[in-house]
Structures are given as C-alpha cells and as structure tokens.
Design a protein around this ligand. Structure first.
Ligand code: ADP
Ligand code: ADP
Length: 233
C-alpha cells in the first residue's frame, strides 16, 4: 500500500524580491515498509522535500497524500498529531535537551501524547533498550559519545512507535564504526515493517537502503531499486 505520494510538488521560497525554486516538480510514491535513501548535491532540495513529507512545511503547489489523506486538508491539530505519533524524526544535530537525562529526553514526546509518568518511563526505557542504551538512562547527553547521543535521538524518534522514520543525515556527525551501528538499527526497523526515508550524501550509507532517489535542482534525477543492499556484520 502507498503511504507517501507527492504529485507535482513545487516549493518556492521568497526572500524579498528574490524567489528560490527549491522543488520544481516532485512526483514520488513510497509504499509501506520501503527503505529509501534520498541523495543529491547540496541545494538540490532534499531537506525541503523531507520537511514537506514530515508535515513540517507545506508545498507551494501540488498535492501531498499521506496515508490516503490530503495533507493540505488537515487541521493544525491533525498535523501535530501525525508529527507526534505517525512520524519519527531523526536529525543530524541530535536536538537533545542538555539538562535532561536520556530517559527524560526520550520520554518527552510521550508527554504531548498524554501518557502518565510511569507509562512514559517504561516506554522510554524500552526504547533506550532497543538501541542498546539501557545502561545509560540516567546519563545526560554530554556524558555520552556522539554515537550514543544519536542513538538517544533515535530512541526518542521511536518511542511513540511511529510507522514512518524520517532521518536527515543520520550518520552525518559519526565515525564509520558508529555509523554502521546506526545502519544496523535501521536495518532492524526495516525488518519490523517501518517505512524509512533517509537523506545522506554518503554512497556507502545510501547503499543500505533498498531504493535510491537522486535529486538535482529540485527534480528527481533518478529513482532506482538497489539490487544488493548492504547489510552490516
Ligand atoms: P539540500 O537539503 O539538498 O541541501 P535544501 O532543500 O536545503 O537542499 O535547499 C534547496 C534550495 O532551497 C537551496 O537553494 C536553498 O538555498 C533554498 N532554501 C532552503 N531553505 C530555504 C529557506 N528557508 N529560505 C530560502 N531558501 C531556502
Ligand atoms: P563511540 O565508539 O560510541 O564513539 P566513544 O569512544 O566516544 O564511543 O566512548 C567510549 C565510552 O566512553 C562510551 O561508553 C561513553 O559512554 C564514554 N564516554 C564518552 N565520552 C564521554 C564523556 N564526555 N563523559 C563520560 N563518558 C564518556
């Protein structure tokens, strides 16, 4: 079944009198359970497209259908609910709260989702366990390595059990060994049936995905199945 479908999406940024045509016409379909990498040079529109897919921004024209619903018809409340429950965001810069423990950081999205404290702590613990950090729950982000921080961010993205994972350069700040650990985690999520879209400029990271979409100048330059996805270890 199709989960994500964009039809001739355009995005124009206006800066004073100047216009930037970040997306010119993007039509793309992603089925439930697909594992897709978006590649392309800097400025090709990858982040803009991810923001639209994640309902963080809206297109200037064209339509975006998410789970068979037209996103432009949704209220701000519906969009907030989708961002919180349907989609897990993994950002390169971690965005963790420095004064809060790992457990508190991961539990944060559950406050908005309305869970009580003991349920929040249990779910956050299980999410941290799933990324191998159950022995670090009371640590603060600055007491962890880069790879561990990224895993905390992934645990937070997963804590509401979203069906779609959107990751913008998930390994961008990490060394090779740690990056492979993150890719192992994505492999497991894909095996469990999650839909994964990640932006990366690294070929060896992209090759973990089962489909590679290349953007250039706001257009899809190529869209192909990866016949032989990398599986680490
Ligand atoms: P990528 O992620 O592939 O590097 P982006 O989606 O960030 O590409 O950017 C696509 C184009 O849109 C670039 O020319 C960029 O400068 C421009 N752009 C991105 N965000 C904004 C913004 N908020 N305001 C104005 N221009 C922007
Ligand atoms: P990784 O291989 O994941 O990058 P590092 O080599 O950076 O890990 O760190 C190895 C160990 O040292 C980790 O278990 C981590 O918890 C610990 N560590 C790293 N940085 C700090 C820090 N600033 N304070 C406390 N412990 C740290």
């Amino acid at each position: 079944a199709t989960v994500i479908e964009t039809h001739e999406i355009q995005k124009i940024y206006r800066m004073g009198a100047e216009k930037v045509h970040a997306l010119k016409s993007i039509s793309i379909k992603v089925d439930r359970g697909e594992y897709v990498a978006f590649m392309g040079p800097s400025g090709s529109g990858k982040s803009t497209l991810m923001n639209i897919i994640g309902c963080l921004d809206s297109p200037s024209s064209g339509t975006y259908i998410l789970n068979r619903k037209n996103v432009s018809d949704m209220s701000e409340n519906e969009l907030a609910e989708i961002r919180n429950k349907e989609i897990g965001f993994v950002f390169q810069t971690f965005n963790l709260l420095p004064r809060a423990s790992c457990l508190e950081n991961v539990a944060l999205p559950l406050i908005y989702a309305g869970y009580n404290k003991s349920d929040r702590e249990e779910k956050a613990f299980l999410a941290l366990k799933s990324v191998g950090l159950d022995d670090r729950i009371h640590h603060k982000p600055n007491e962890l390595s880069g790879g561990q921080r990224q895993r905390v961010a992934i645990a937070r993205a997963l804590v509401n059990d979203p069906s779609i994972i959107l990751a913008d350069e998930p390994t961008g700040n990490l060394d090779t060994k740690t990056s492979h650990g993150i890719m192992d985690l994505f492999h497991e999520l894909h095996q469990k049936g999650n839909t994964i879209i990640m932006v990366t400029h690294e070929d060896d990271i992209a090759h973990h995905a089962h489909r590679i979409v290349r953007l250039r100048d706001g257009l899809v330059e190529s869209d192909s199945i990866n016949p032989n996805p990398t599986v680490s270890n």
